[in-house]
Design a protein around this ligand. Structure first.
Ligand code: DGL
Length: 267
């Protein structure tokens, strides 16, 4: 039971920002990652589609015999968490609440910016969670959809990425925020660039660390920590040709990926 893997999914490479932190903090755990690269991006799609993709991804991971699921996608977390928890009994960790908690903890001037996919921003999930934690905080949100394809293409430091960042983040610079939530798991890959545009006085919130903290709490509560003494195995699945995913994943995780397979589980 305890040596079963942790299942993690995202629409593409973004969830690897959570995987990297999982590997760092829980090196003995086995991990199965699913990147739904055939259907990325999720963030521009409707709620019913996002719910369907999310449930299908969880079903696929359950077939891999996982012991816990991490929805390493803000779009799925903000649009389909309730449905996922209603359908499945397995413990599920999302990425929105951990990010909101960290942002509330970080802000001093009580002005928080949130960037995410159109679906995440439309759901107002961050605003809701932040206000629930502290109702006096002002939240300013904006969708920044082009960041996802830039990351999928591996354009982390290019001139075009810088130009797009300047365009998207202009409003936040004028809004006097001291904290900016990277409300999409793809965005931490653009962190150096976003930090450069926002300046060093703005704290960027990448929820990965807090997400892994919640994973640890759940593993403790459910007595599911892997007790093996060996380093965990990491297995990757993608729903489209793996070349692009591999390129970005190996660059970001800084480890060679041998165990990767293309799968097709849709209808
Ligand atoms: N990485 C995802 C998120 O956190 C999804 C991006 C997308 O597919 O649009 O929202």
């Amino acid at each position: 039971m305890v040596n079963r893997p942790i299942g993690v999914f995202d629409s593409g490479v973004g969830g690897l920002t959570v995987v990297k932190e999982l590997i760092r903090q829980l090196p003995l755990e086995n991990i199965v990652y699913l990147g739904d690269t055939a259907r990325v991006p999720y963030g521009t799609k409707s709620k019913s589609t996002i719910v369907r993709f999310t449930l299908e991804n969880i079903l696929f991971l359950l077939k891999q015999n996982v012991k816990l699921i991490v929805i390493a996608c803000n779009t799925s977390s903000s649009m389909a968490l309730e449905e996922a928890r209603n359908y499945f009994k397995i413990p599920i960790v999302d990425v929105v609440l951990p990010g909101a908690k960290e942002a509330v903890y970080a802000t001093k001037n009580k002005r928080i910016g949130v960037i995410g996919t159109p679906a995440t921003i439309k759901s107002r999930a961050y605003e809701r969670e932040i206000k629930r934690l502290n109702s006096s905080i002002k939240v300013i949100s904006k969708p920044t959809p082009l960041f996802v394809p830039l990351v999928e293409e591996g354009l982390f430091y290019s001139a075009i990425s810088l130009k797009i960042s300047r365009m998207y983040l202009k409003d936040f610079k004028e809004a006097d925020i001291d904290t900016l939530v990277l409300g999409c798991t793809h965005y931490p890959l653009l962190k150096p660039l976003i930090q450069r545009v926002m300046g060093k006085n703005v704290t960027l919130i990448d929820s990965a660390e807090q997400v892994v903290y919640e994973v640890k709490e759940l593993l403790k509560k459910e007595k599911l920590f892997n007790r093996s003494k060996k380093k965990g195995k990491h297995k990757f699945f993608v729903t489209d040709a793996p070349e692009n995913f591999l390129k970005v994943a190996q660059h970001f995780l800084k480890e060679p990926i041998k165990n990767i397979k293309m799968v097709n589980y849709g209808l």
